[in-house]
Design a protein around this ligand. Sequence first.
Ligand SMILES: [Zn+2]
Length: 141
Amino acid sequence: MKQKTPRLLRESIFQQARSRCGYCQTDIQIVGPVLEIDHIIPEGAGGETVEENLWVACSSCNRHKGSRTHARDPESGRRIRIFNPRMQIWSRHFHWSGNGTQVIGLTACGRATVEALDINNSEIVAARSRWVGAGWHPPKN
Ligand SMILES: [Zn+2]
């Protein structure tokens, strides 16, 4: 059953995540208050609504992740655990393309996550290109 995240816990998670999607780095300061609480291990896979299992995700990443915990690395074909934004460091698994609009997976985990969450879908890439033009993107840290 879907459990609502208590308000204080929700606020704490947003603070820890610096109000950015843990997967594609989309920032609430750019897109407004549309980011969501993500269950790192999805509720459908037994993940609980506790701090250790929560992070922030944009609706697109969250929806594509669904109830999955693993995805296929497009390079090796191996089944890999999806990136965990609480336990893993984003810059070790991903980097930005030269023009700042695409997330490139550096590791099997990064590649599997980019593909599974459709992190470079055409709508977000078009938005990122405008953010780059405005000097808001990619994030500096
Ligand atoms: Zn995202």
